[in-house]
Design a protein around this ligand. Structure first.
Ligand code: DOR
Ligand code: ZN
Length: 423
């Protein structure tokens, strides 16, 4: 297929381009200009933003094992509808993605059924149980893009240090779910005023920060690229900022719910606000926004965590942690960050494409001629009230229903093929 996207505002962080241009695609790659013929699809994009395909580096696709929550097919359909052309999927599947067979299974299934590119993340430890290292080199060879025990911390510092030594050798990043289980102590929401008022057990900010500090020390020592998943506290932002100044190979991500909502949102005991790390205090929300603005936080990633209605339809204490984010991320970034002046459109695109692609070491984040033609077109004027009933994803657990968002994905192109077009 040949494709021309005309008159859009092209936002290309790799080429430092921000201006009105036409984009040409043939044979799945960005191309030099050519004349349209009968086979060429021409998209008129005046007033729209044309970006390199967005990459969500923190997604739970739930396959294999939890297909009632999400599958590779439904999760990637949700990604395409949300404007993402690639997703990294976390290994807390059943069986856990801790060996070559599961990595290959996901890769194959994604090629057959996936609407977008899928980058499997391998587990750091066997079964993500934190006791012994998984077969990291074998998984890397089979296509694992990075390593993480996401959902669980690696509590054993000696084991994490050895994992970093291996990953340094393999040239792969460790994505760290920073949570000290002893400090978290079985809490279900942020420890603060609201946990006291609501009578719910709190998770102190220190549970996250202690581990961010530990992992920064280990990354500095081993030289392993360390990526901190879902940063949620002011203290974590400060630790990453200071480490970057010293040249530690650390990067960090924040999820839309952590720059949008505080623990106040839990006040109705809505289990759709139960997430790990939890929604934090107002000052933490401010701090992650500042971290985004000053470059301390490199990436916006959703931590898309689907759970079924029945699983969430229980007492707050009993509900699983997690909320879905693929189909609201762009709208939240535009409404909360771009329109409010926290990020420029080019910075937002950088944190949604080039930076995650770079950390994963995958294609993307560029619109250079010859690169794979993954494209996300965003309509900055488009407004919508969030309605989970319209989601392509299987699960609807999220606290943004009814919220008004402006700035939404209009077109998603993967390797030159249109995977989603807003009607
Ligand atoms: O809220 C969360 N849900 N946090 C995690 O770290 C894991 C995720 C899940 O898998 O449901
Ligand atoms: Zn996590």
């Amino acid at each position: 297929m040949k494709l021309i996207i005309k008159n859009g505002r092209v936002l290309d962080p790799a080429g430092r381009r921000d201006g009105i241009e036409d984009i040409y695609v043939r044979d799945g790659l960005f191309s030099a200009p050519f004349e349209a013929d009968g086979e060429t699809v021409v998209v008129e994009a005046a007033g729209l933003l044309v970006a390199p395909g967005l990459v969500d580096m923190h997604v739970h696709l739930r396959e294999p094992g939890y297909e009632y929550k999400e599958t590779i097919a439904t999760g990637t359909a949700a990604a395409a509808r949300g404007g993402f052309t690639g997703v990294a999927c976390m290994p807390n599947t059943e069986p856990v993605t801790d060996n070559r067979t599961v990595v290959e299974y996901i890769g194959k299934k994604a090629l057959e059924e996936g609407a977008v590119r899928v980058y499997p993340v391998g587990a750091i430890t066997r079964g993500s149980r934190g006791k012994e290292l998984a077969e990291l080199a074998d998984m890397r060879e089979a296509g694992a893009a990075a390593f993480s025990d996401d959902g669980q911390p690696v509590m054993d510092a000696g084991l994490m240090r050895r994992a970093m030594q291996y990953c340094k050798m393999l040239g792969a990043a460790i994505i760290s779910h920073c949570e000290d289980k002893d400090i978290a102590g079985g809490g279900v929401m942020h420890e603060g005023y609201y946990s006291t008022v609501l009578g719910l057990k709190g998770i102190p900010a220190a549970a996250e920060e202690v581990m961010v500090g530990r992992d920064i020390i280990l990354a500095a020592e081993t030289g392993c690229p360390l990526h901190i998943a879902h940063v949620s506290t002011a203290g974590s932002v400060a630790l990453v900022r200071e480490a970057k100044k010293r040249g530690v190979p650390v990067t960090a991500e924040v999820a839309p719910h952590h720059f949008t909502l505080s623990d106040l949102a839990v006040a109705e005991y809505d289990t759709n606000t139960k997430v790990n790390p939890p929604l934090r205090g107002e000052s933490d929300v401010q701090a992650v926004r500042e971290g985004l603005a000053d470059g301390t936080i490199d990436v916006i990633a959703t931590d898309h965590a689907p759970h079924s209605f029945d699983e969430k339809n229980v007492e707050f204490d009993l509900a699983p942690f997690g909320l879905v984010g693929l189909e609201t991320a762009v709208g939240l970034v535009w409404t909360e960050l771009v329109q409010k002046g926290v990020l420029t459109p080019l910075q937002a695109v950088e944190k949604l494409s080039r930076n995650p692609a770079g950390i994963l070491g995958v294609s993307g984040g560029t619109m250079a001629v010859g690169a794979p033609a993954d494209i996300t077109v965003i309509d900055p004027r488009l407004e919508e009230t969030v309605d989970p009933a319209g989601f392509a994803g299987k699960s609807k657990n999220m606290p943004f229903a009814g919220r008004r968002l402006q700035g939404l994905p209009a077109l998603t192109v993967v390797a030159g093929e249109i995977k989603y077009r807003r009607s």
